[in-house]
Design a protein around this ligand. Sequence first.
Ligand SMILES: [Zn+2]
Length: 67
Amino acid sequence: MAKPEDMHQCQTSNCGYIYNPDKGCKKGKVPAGTCWDDLPEDYRCPVCGASKKMFKPLAGQTPVDRC
Ligand SMILES: [Zn+2]
């Protein structure tokens, strides 16, 4: 189970997509178990297309997996 600080949430308005390293991201073709730091720099939010820079650690928030 990923800790909240291991998950990252997209910070763009109207999105809120959360990357969970336990599950990876099917839409982004990221295999389960891939740490955030191991994602390619050109990884994009599968919902809105935002770059990694638009994501922030989820620590302290209620995890909601949307992948
Ligand atoms: Zn997004």
